[in-house]
Design a binder for this molecule. Structure first.
Ligand code: ZN
Ligand code: ZN
Length: 229
């Protein structure tokens, strides 16, 4: 599922990488980026790493590990020779959390399903034994191609693959939101929130592989934009 956006992201990542990494480590670092040549979260993550170099260490990324994932929001570890850095990737947003093993807030742990700080620390200690992140773009990844929710999870609100529980059309395209709210237009955040509640009451449809076998406009799903617009 190649497109211009991914290509541009890849090229930018390579530019930042060339500035960041010492000559002798270049080819190894480039190979890691190549592994995610068609994967948006992987490229977003590596671009952010090489663009901002946490703790200003000029180190090549040796591997990327996905520590946890919930509803398309992913907790990643970027691993270099000597360090491990944690990031959260949500749609187009990449947030640097800190070095692995450092304290993180309860909310983040709860969100990703770590029952206690111990569980998080244990996951941090085992990072280097974790299998390498394979990317989301392969069909076998079992993820929604637009919001990266896993099979059986809810889509991110506004995901273009989400099926409308009223008309079984495409939820972000059909007219049900207006019918349900009894309005001609959605004017503000309050109405979006009200629609989210109605949707939850009705029962949202979780992602299933067969919902979007050939979902064409990957680009569409990545524009943050107004989810209910
Ligand atoms: Zn989705
Ligand atoms: Zn509908």
């Amino acid at each position: 599922m190649k497109n211009k956006k991914i290509e541009a992201l890849y090229q930018e990542t390579m530019v930042f990488l060339r500035y960041a990494v010492p000559e002798k480590n270049l080819s190894g670092a480039m190979q890691v980026v190549d592994r995610y040549r068609e994967d948006i979260p992987g490229l977003l993550l590596l671009r952010e790493y090489y663009r901002s170099l946490p703790e200003v260490r000029e180190e090549a990324v040796e591997r990327v590990v996905e520590m946890a994932s919930y509803q398309g929001v992913m907790l990643f570890a970027v691993i270099t020779e000597g360090y491990e850095y944690l990031y959260v990737v949500e749609k187009e947003r990449v947030v640097y959390i800190g070095e692995s093993g450092h304290e993180v807030d309860e909310e983040l742990l709860a969100f990703f399903g770590f029952p206690a700080h111990e569980d998080y620390h244990r996951a941090c200690r085992l990072l280097r034994e974790h299998e390498v992140y394979r990317g989301t773009s392969k069909a076998a990844s079992g993820r929604c191609p637009a919001c990266f929710a896993l099979e059986g999870e809810f889509h991110q609100f506004g995901c273009p693959v989400e099926v409308c529980p009223w008309c079984f059309g495409q939820l972000n395209r059909c007219n049900c939101r207006f019918d349900q709210l009894g309005v001609e237009q959605i004017g503000d955040e309050k109405e979006i929130a009200r629609f989210q509640r109605l949707l939850t009451e009705k029962g949202r449809i979780r992602f299933r592989q067969d919902q979007a076998p050939a979902y064409p406009g990957l680009g569409d799903g990545l524009d943050p934009g107004d989810p209910a617009a």
